[in-house]
Design a protein around this ligand. Structure first.
Ligand code: FAD
Length: 519
């Protein structure tokens, strides 16, 4: 085609028109692309979901990026023998109302249930007995109580009672101080090994000698100083706790909390991404650059609500000094759920289950939950004569643990081996033979590094992380590794962190506890 020279004015007009067309097209494309969220939440466990909800309530456009295929983290569900069961957390502490409040806002208030008041039992090497009730992580308020004497013997009870008169000395000023050392020094080894160790293993999957007393029972150390003895401090903490059961559940399972949270977030327009592992976080233009398997994001604000190891690794480049505060990976736990057809268990021979002291011959489980005895709603769902048993494995041994109790990595055992062990353990612990023929269904779940470490020095590490993050515009950190293990700790903290971020970003502050349908 011959080349034709254009008039200069015509050419200029054509150029302007072309430019306008391109700009219009770009603007059109942009309007079809979703704008960048103002805030991104990394991690879709309960901490992340609660933080996202709070940010959305404050009027912010939010995205949640979850690495795995499902939201909820440690609050997960699975199906065993046709029953939908909790595969992780199955209750929440009632020492504060935060979880119940959240459940209420999500329309689950009417489903909150108390467990069977029969309570749990304690399996000692030679016998089993109901778990003493007036205690904190197994530490008795009154070591002379009949149930304590039964568990540890008269001589050990007398030794424990010396706590009332022993001078406090310098122990309470020790940094860090382990739960084991505090109990052993004040009340003696029998209280530690027979009462505290089984509870610590059940809740923290760790030996009291490796647990930081300030992380496990915040306020206990100060209470000992105030009241002059460990027993009196435990009594005071117990007295300050709300009346009624220490834990509650949700009829249908704790998994419903996550289901309802996710639905609520969808209704609020929160963008939810699963299989969206975040691989990089960096400061960019006063905000953040988030690299994830679901794409890159550039939010103004960020809540990092992963486990501690992931959070530190993601933020180390942006927060100098953070690397030194990286927590140890949490303990590994394996849970074996057995659904059995065994009407003999209708009588709930060991209440709602057992915590197992070290040294029980042949038993490797650290705890057994008789879930159908604990939760009447589940018994009704399971049907007559059917029972749900959940056995947990894996405890980190402390330096004083006998060699036979040395840490064994049950999470690496094949499923069949773990299930066979669980059947044998359940038979011993419940005091009746349970055979293969009784089993309607079984499932093994492994939680590796999901429980945060509460090991020695953890409180100081948390304080350091909080200090490093506090001056950072557009950044908050949430999750159990900082807030403490358990939903009661995690939910309250995540709400508070999200409110701080919203304030930081200049968003409106909806009052706490405002109706669920408020923005
Ligand atoms: C077996 C078990 C039983 C428990 N039982 C109870 C109980 O009965 N009562 C109770 O109160 N508490 C219980 N807990 C503890 C409680 O469940 C936890 O403290 C709480 O759920 C922790 O919530 P979280 O959001 O902080 O962490 P998590 O639930 O661990 O969630 C963190 C999320 O971050 C995601 N993530 C990690 N890295 C990345 C990344 N790079 N990118 C994107 N996402 C990432 C993870 O996949 C995960 O979903 C239990 C825990 C376990 C493991």
């Amino acid at each position: 085609m011959p080349h034709r020279e254009r008039h200069p004015v015509t050419a200029a007009l054509q150029k302007v028109a072309a430019q306008q067309k391109t700009q219009h097209k770009a603007a059109q494309q942009k309007s079809h692309q979703p704008a960048q969220p103002r805030a991104v939440v990394v991690g879709g466990g309960v901490a992340g979901l609660v933080a996202a909800r709070e940010l959305a309530r404050q009027g912010l456009d939010v995205a949640v990026l979850e690495a795995s295929a499902a939201f909820g983290g440690c609050v997960a569900r699975h199906e065993v023998a046709g029953l939908m069961l909790d595969a992780g957390a199955e209750s929440f502490a009632t020492r504060s109302s935060v979880v119940a409040d959240l459940a209420g806002e999500l329309g689950l208030g009417g489903s909150i249930v108390a467990p069977n008041p029969a309570g749990a039992w304690l399996q000692l090497p030679e016998s089993a007995q109901p778990l003493p009730k007036t205690s904190v992580v197994g530490i008795p308020a009154d070591p002379a109580g009949a149930d304590i004497v039964k568990a540890i013997g008269r001589r050990a009870s007398l030794r424990a009672a010396a706590d009332k008169v022993l001078p406090l000395g310098t122990l309470l000023r020790k940094e860090p101080l382990s739960l084991g050392e505090l109990v052993r020094t004040r009340m003696g080894s029998a209280v530690l090994e027979r009462l505290v160790t089984p509870v610590a293993a059940g809740v923290y999957s760790a030996d009291p000698d490796v647990l930081d007393v300030d992380s496990v029972v915040p306020g206990l150390r100060a209470a000992v100083v105030r009241h002059g003895s460990l027993g009196a401090a435990v009594g005071a903490l117990r007295g300050a706790a709300p009346a009624g059961a220490a834990v509650a559940g949700i009829a249908g399972g704790m998994g419903l909390l996550v289901e309802h949270l996710v639905k609520d977030l969808k209704d609020r327009g929160v963008r939810l991404y699963t299989d969206a592992k975040v691989s990089g976080l960096e400061r960019r233009d006063g905000g953040w650059r988030v690299a994830s398997a679901a794409g890159d994001f550039s939010p103004a604000g960020l809540v990092v609500a992963t486990d501690g190891v992931s959070a530190v690794r993601l933020l180390a480049g942006s927060l100098p000094g953070l690397e030194a505060a990286e927590p140890a990976p949490g303990p590994a736990v394996a849970l074996v759920t057995l659904v059995v057809d065994l009407p003999e268990l209708d009588a709930a021979p060991r209440g709602t289950g057992l915590l197992v002291a070290p040294g029980v011959a042949g038993v490797r489980a650290k705890a057994l939950t008789h879930a159908t005895a604990k939760w009447p709603w589940l018994a009704a769902e399971a049907g007559p004569g059917n029972h749900v048993l959940r056995l947990s494995y894996g405890r980190a041994a402390g330096q004083h643990a006998p060699e036979a109790e040395a840490f064994e990595d049950f999470t690496s055992w094949p499923d069949e081996q773990l299930c066979a062990q669980a059947l044998a353990d359940a038979s011993v612990l419940l005091g009746l033979p349970i055979g293969e023929d009784d089993v309607l269904g079984r499932k093994v779940v492994r939680w590796v590094g999901a429980l945060p470490s509460a090991t020695l020095g953890h409180r100081a590490r948390v304080a350091e992380v909080r200090r490093l993050a506090s001056g950072q515009h557009g950044l908050q950190l949430a999750g159990a590794w900082l807030a403490g293990t358990g939903l009661a700790a995690v939910v309250g903290d995540a709400r508070q962190r999200a409110r701080l971020l919203a304030e930081d970003l200049g968003a409106g502050t909806a009052p706490e506890g405002a109706p669920a349908d408020s923005p």
